[in-house]
Ligand binder design. Structure first.
Ligand code: NDP
Length: 241
């Protein structure tokens, strides 16, 4: 069954790969992020391959913007079956570096962004009798490592929020938490701290292609309506963390 799927953070990495995979599976897509040139090129590619994709500029830190984004999906396609809350940032540094602005940015994008998605999507899904949130967390939602305290805290929060949402869904809304291990994307480009950047370089040597995470998302989306895949953790075989 083809669905209407909105994806936040679709301009690179996992969101972009998810758009390609779900577009190829025949789902109708609305893609959001701030870099609209990337979204435009990706939508064009999906449409030319026979899929259906539109895009819209989106900043997930702005609740009104996320509401407008979700409303645009419902207006364009008549409903919203799946919201993939994928947008995220990871400017790692030790706590002692006191990078308060980076802490705020991670909380704003990774936690508030997901909450804004829920606030926008839940009323639409409840009104139409069902829907599906796919929230992208991380292996950092299960364990903490040096330089990643705040990032992991945001991902622990996404995991807690997702579980709470699932428990409160009254059997109508599906909730899937997808937690990637190290994956090829632009995520580490945002690390300014030199030591954290260097450590990440070695860690990322075994990174999975983003398509591996897109496949996990597609698996959860493709399940029959009575099946809710709650959590998927995907790591490279060669990765201990
Ligand atoms: P990328 O940096 O490649 O993609 C991040 C996406 O988030 C981009 O499309 C970016 O778009 C978007 N984004 C960032 N800030 C905002 C914002 N304020 N509003 C809207 N969109 C925003 O990294 P990944 O693909 O790796 O990241 C996707 C998710 O996967 C994140 O939640 C990340 O934490 C998670 N993850 C990734 C792992 C990895 O190893 N790659 C491992 C574990 C989890 P734009 O800048 O155009 O707005």
């Amino acid at each position: 069954m083809t669905k209407v799927v909105a994806i936040t953070g679709a301009s690179s990495g996992i969101g972009e790969a998810a758009a390609r995979r779900l577009g190829a599976d025949g789902h109708r897509l609305l893609l959001g992020a701030r870099r609209t040139d990337r979204l435009e090129a990706l939508s064009k590619e999906i449409n030319e391959a026979g899929g259906t994709a539109e895009f819209r500029r989106l900043d997930v830190t702005d609740a009104d913007d996320v509401r407008t984004f979700v409303a645009a999906a419902a207006e364009r396609y008549g409903r919203l079956d799946v919201l993939v809350n994928n947008a995220g940032v990871m400017p790692l540094s030790p706590l002692a570096a006191l990078e308060l602005a980076e802490w705020d940015r991670m909380i704003d994008v990774n936690v508030r962004g997901v909450l804004h998605g829920i606030a926008a999507g839940l009323p639409v899904m409840r009104a139409q009798g069902g829907g599906h949130f796919v929230n992208i967390a991380s292996v950092g939602a299960y364990e903490v490592s040096p330089t990643a305290a705040v990032y992991c805290a945001t991902k622990f929060a996404v995991r807690a929020i997702s579980e709470g949402l699932r428990q409160e869904s009254d059997g109508r809304v599906r909730v899937t938490l997808v937690s990637p291990g190290v994956t090829e994307s632009e995520l580490a480009d945002g690390i300014a701290d030199p030591a954290a950047r260097e450590a990440m370089r070695a860690y990322r040597a075994v990174a999975l292609p983003a398509s591996a995470i897109a496949d996990a998302i597609a698996y959860a989306v493709s399940q029959p309506p009575e099946v809710d895949v709650n959590e998927i953790v995907v790591r490279p075989v060669a990765s201990a963390q």
